[in-house]
Design a protein around this ligand. Structure first.
Ligand code: SF4
Length: 343
């Protein structure tokens, strides 16, 4: 099978051209065709000779995934896409419309091994990592389909991005330099892989980092997120401090409020202790409930927010999008996989 050229970064495009006996700058032109002009076929690359176009198509493919299903929330216009990859695996992307532009939540793995208890994406484990091209393709396909430009990207869909570090980094760099999405408009969310956070702090990037915190207590975090057993809260908080020192970038803690679990006074006190005087920011989220899991959405969201704000904490509530569709990440893919088994 021919290698897909979509997903190659500038240096790789240059090397590839030199290997074909072409000057290095042709690599820059190829990069432009792929990401800036969003070419769908080698024949469109009109500043290349016929011979070069033929050689490229003989040695490489230029293919994209397929959108198999779209769900639309009639209340806020959020759309969820089920995308089929070249090997038949499916992933999800979610398009949200904000005043500041269109934001796309992308997946980085087919499935996930992290085992967070509130998440549908992990229930069948990880099937495989996505390539940088497959992550970029989510932007490509949805921009083509909807005739719009994605202005913000959140790497928060199916998968743990830092568990697919190299491909995700490649994706970020191409999304920035190829698609022209500003680094500050890209947010990477992790459940707390400390080595990945440490490595990311050395990359000289201006992206936003979000950490799934969900509890300020080690024991509770372990109950919710198995990764907390490997990288404890102390170690995680140290990595976040180091990240801020190295990058100067504020980190966001994501906190999904669950009824009776992490919405108590003791949780507010713990958050105040953690965040008072810190540069970092707290984002409260209404839980997207999934079946088979006992955690329920807390009704205390507004009161919880108010109390934290009154106590001087830098806190916001993330507007819940896609209430009418299967908004929790992984639900549509799970349904599709179930249907596959039935067939
Ligand atoms: S929340 Fe994210 S890291 Fe946790 S299991 Fe789900 S996809 Fe994986």
């Amino acid at each position: 099978m021919k290698e897909n050229i979509f997903g190659k970064q500038l240096k790789e495009c240059e090397t590839l051209m030199v290997e074909q006996g072409e000057p290095k700058y042709r690599g820059g032109q190829l990069f432009q065709w792929l990401y800036n002009k969003k070419s769908e076929d080698f024949s469109e690359m009109t500043n290349f000779s016929n011979k070069l176009r033929e050689t490229l198509s003989k040695n490489y493919s230029l293919t994209h995934g397929k959108i198999k299903e779209i769900q639309r929330d009639s209340y806020d216009g959020t759309k969820k896409y089920l995308i089929e990859l070249s090997d038949g695996e499916c992933i999800e992307s979610v398009l949200m419309h904000y005043q500041h532009g269109d934001s796309l939540c992308v997946s980085t793995q087919a499935g996930c091994n992290m085992g967070c208890k509130f998440c549908a994406s992990t229930q069948g484990g990880k099937i495989r990592d996505l390539t940088s091209g497959e992550i970029l393709d989510q932007i490509f396909l949805i921009e083509q389909k909807e005739k719009l430009r994605v202005s913000n990207v959140v790497i928060m869909g199916i998968g743990e991005p830092l568990d697919n570090y190299d491909q995700v980094l490649k994706f970020i760099r191409i999304a920035n330099t190829g698609f022209g999405i500003g680094q500050r408009k890209i947010t990477l969310s992790t459940c707390g892989l400390v080595p990945g956070i440490n490595a990311l702090s050395e990359e000289n990037l201006q992206i936003n980092l979000a950490i799934s915190l969900h509890s300020v207590f080690q024991e509770q975090r372990e109950q919710l997120m198995p990764i907390a057993k490997k990288y404890g809260l102390k170690e995680l908080l140290k990595a976040i401090d180091d990240y801020f020192i190295k990058t100067g970038r504020q980190v966001t803690y994501e906190y999904a409020l669950m009824d009776g679990f992490n919405d108590r006074d003791v949780d507010i006190n713990g958050l105040v202790k953690l965040l008072r005087g810190s540069q970092n920011h707290l984002n409260l989220i209404g839980l997207n409930e999934i079946q088979e899991v006992a955690f329920k959405e807390s009704l205390q969201l507004n009161a919880f927010f108010q109390e934290l704000e009154n106590r001087g904490i830098n806190v916001t509530i993330r507007r819940k999008m896609g209430r009418e569709i299967d908004a929790a990440c992984g639900q549509l893919r799970k349904k599709r996989n179930k249907d596959k088994v039935i067939i």
